[in-house]
Design a protein around this ligand. Sequence first.
Ligand code: LLP
Length: 415
Amino acid sequence: MRGYRDGVLHVDGVDLRRIATAFGTPCYVYSRQQLEANWRAYDTAFGTRRHRVHYAVTANDNLSILRILKHLGSGFDIVSGGELERVLAAGASAADVVFSGVGKSRAELVRAVSVGVSCINIESRGELDRIGEVASELRMPVNLALRVNPDVDPKTHPYISTGLKENKFGVPLEEAADLYRIIAAHPLLRAAGIASHIGSQLTDIEPVLDAVSQVVTLAESLRAEGIELEHIDVGGGLGISYQDETPPPIAKLVAAVCERVPARYGVMMEPGRSLIGAAGTLLTTVEYLKQTPVKTFAIVDAAMNDLMRPALYEAWHGVVPLETAADGGALVHCDVVGPVCESGDWLARGRDLPARPGCVLAILDAGAYGFAMTSNYNARPRPPEVLVDGDTFTVIRARESLADLMANERNHLIP
Ligand code: LLP
């Protein structure tokens, strides 16, 4: 958990100045304790109800994070073959994996079926045909769920809403029954469940429940014609409070979902952000305070390549100083921006911060879709990732080197 002690920001038992000194900035820091508490909040909220929590690897795919979740008993929701290999490398079993995603390649499907993932969430007729062929070629049975698109408005940023009919995701509800009949008729395909994921950073429970009700109605009508599904996968999407959002508590969401799903079905969830988002912090050092006739910029050593969410979604992240009152704490009204050659390279706008050159700032709630969306734009090596475990900390990904960045390039001595 994050908080000030004697005027210095700590994550659990660790003074963040120690991490900034040991590894430099920019640097991601995660709290193991917070991640575990969040995962347990989901798991315990289900009580005795048949359920499985699959962590959405897309939010943060660091091997150590995956390993911690595996030890808790988590399953994993993946959206690519690369994520499958990461989950396996972290020591999890393919039987703990659900494979989502709108554009799975043949090679990805072959690998997923060969290792025996527990369920593949199918998103189109074309993909269903392809998985049928793959199962026949490999002569292996495959558990499937259809990801349906319930056409509900999740009331979130348009780039992260997925359950509207104009989105690329899922199968329209009215087409789903036909596809289930195709699955049921195939000798190697098994209709195991039904899935829906309507978007991310959801702060309103109603659209989720609306989607769940529609999915349950479909499952029940399939049952009436002899296609009996075992589970209902309600996706992920629960938001966190970056600024003043008030998402429902995990337990409330789980209880409301369980209430709407008949007991004959197991319930699956695929949370990402609500597990790792608030557990992560990005440390960055102020390089310059630059005053222009219009405003003041705190130019820091992290940039849009290290945390893309503000540039991409105009996302708001809290920014706080590592030390509360280094020199009396006079506040500067400023935009926090990076060194990248784009005006869109900003991390926070219009903040009042005790920013001085050399001081370290913490960008809060950066654990989900932070490191996962980093790039090497402007030939910037990716930052390190550090895990705080109680009073100790350890690096779980080293800072990338410039040699790493150039390693795959060939023929650069072309005359
Ligand atoms: N299940 C599926 C099929 C997904 O596509 C996702 C996220 C999740 C679960 C997990 O959703 P969560 O619980 O984390 O909301 N980059 C954006 C978010 C993209 C979400 C992608 N899919 C952001 O930074 O806000």
